[in-house]
Design a protein around this ligand. Structure first.
Ligand SMILES: [Ca+2]
Length: 151
């Protein structure tokens, strides 16, 4: 389930509540991901349904940023192995737990790596959107999407 919230939808003399209400019903998902407008992804493991609402607030403090992703070769051919390398910044106090790579935007990560580099073979030519995630901790991560042209 994905639910998107927009900001600035209020009109004159009206103000939107800063709260969003989600109903999970009787389902107990394994993971609840909250994507904040700042780019931070908050990961809540096994949120329990119950009579009391679960209040989720964006964590304070600085977080990691993926500054760029480079491919080698920059314009790969279909069937050719490509190396993808992410450049990133992390606050001094945090450590990176790892990286996850989704090379075909199906919301499943094909590769999990300790280093900021992964290899992949694109089977088909065309424009591919690659998603890379920095895992800052079990509860926080940041993603970036990059287009790559495959010949
Ligand atoms: Ca994938």
């Amino acid at each position: 389930m994905i639910r998107e919230a927009e900001g600035a939808t209020s009109s004159h003399n009206q103000q939107n509540s800063p709260f969003l209400h989600f109903g999970l019903g009787d389902r107990a998902p394994d993971v609840l991901e909250v994507r904040w407008l700042t780019g931070r992804i908050q990961i809540l493991a096994k949120p329990r349904p119950g009579p009391e609402p679960l209040l989720v607030e964006e964590p304070k403090g600085r977080f990691a940023e993926i500054t760029s992703v480079k491919f080698d070769p920059p314009e790969p051919k279909a069937g050719e192995e490509v190396s993808a390398k992410a450049s990133f910044k992390v606050p001094a106090a945090s450590r990176v737990q790892g990286f996850a790579w989704d090379f075909d935007m199906d919301n499943r990560f094909e590769a999990s790596t300790d280093k900021s580099e992964a290899k992949h073979v694109f089977e088909k030519p065309g424009t591919h959107l690659v998603r890379v995630r920095i895992l800052e901790s079990k509860t926080s991560s940041v993603e970036k999407g990059i287009l790559v042209q495959v010949k």
